[in-house]
Design a binder for this molecule. Sequence first.
Ligand code: TXD
Length: 318
Amino acid sequence: MARKKIALIGSGQIGGTLAHLAALKDLGDVVLFDIVDGVPQGKALDLSQSAPVEGFDGKITGTSEYKDLAGADVIIVTAGVPRKPGMSRDDLLEINLKVMGQVGAGIAKYAPNAFVICITNPLDAMVWALQKFSGLPSNKVIGMAGVLDSSRFCHFIADELNVSIEDVNAFVMGGHGDTMVPLPRYSTVAGIPLTDIVKMGWMSKDKLDEIIQRTRDGGAEIVGLLKTGSAFYAPAASAISMAESYLKDKKRVLPAAAFLSGEYGVRDTYVGVPVVIGADGVEKVIEISLNSAEQKAFDKSVSAVEGLIEACKKIAPA
Ligand code: TXD
């Protein structure tokens, strides 16, 4: 069986880390793509020179030409600009929307059968736009945010309770932004919901609320510490787990920005929900029951995402 091909559009902080993880996990050959000539080639050469030490066989190459995406099984998109001081969210939206236009056209032309994972911010709107621009089926285009947000939530819980990360399973839905919805009722430690953990007195309600807020602010906390750039290790690891589930048909149940066509009462919008990822891409959107407070928070998050998608439609009518 031929090796799988993983193409990474954007070879910045996350792109480079994605390439490293994909190689270490033997997922296949990796192509790094970027518009800045030299960067993907340089990172590819550096990573290739780690192969003899690490013992991986996957080939890593760098390119600035879309034709080199041909035959990719998985494409992970991080291309775009991050927010800089003085830039509004709309500025970012406008610039990255243009980038999604170029990337979508490249994917449509050279790799229309790929499973595409978008990471570029503002995530939910950008994955929506990428699906429209590429014209790929909506089950083959997905956005990464929920795995990262849930992983942050897990880390804080395990740290606070001083238990193994292996036994913590946390769950975040909604858009990737201030309105994301961490769900304590569906987050567990060895099967015990966090709501019960509070009732048992193992964690105070105040502490849980603090952890929920810290999860929502997870990206900003890291931006504040790094000063330039945003998180990249955990975002890359999160996207790789999604790619792996597709490539190995693992059928993992992961939260991701998926296209909704009526689920949760939402249409033509990408938003974070639990999905099954297997060889057919998004094989199932799982509709969990929400209580009234959870539903309210989810609706608010969906409205925020819809606002961004409306802004995209005004800039580039799709
Ligand atoms: O959970 C999530 N989805 C996220 C999203 C978590 C963390 C960061 N998130 C977003 O990912 C972040 O706001 C950015 O929009 C992306 C990529 O983050 P990264 O840290 O990797 O940004 P870099 O280092 O600036 O890399 C972006 C690269 C850079 O090398 C540019 O030259 C390239 O994108 N770029 C392009 N490549 C191809 N084509 C075009 N048009 C292009 N424009 C810029």
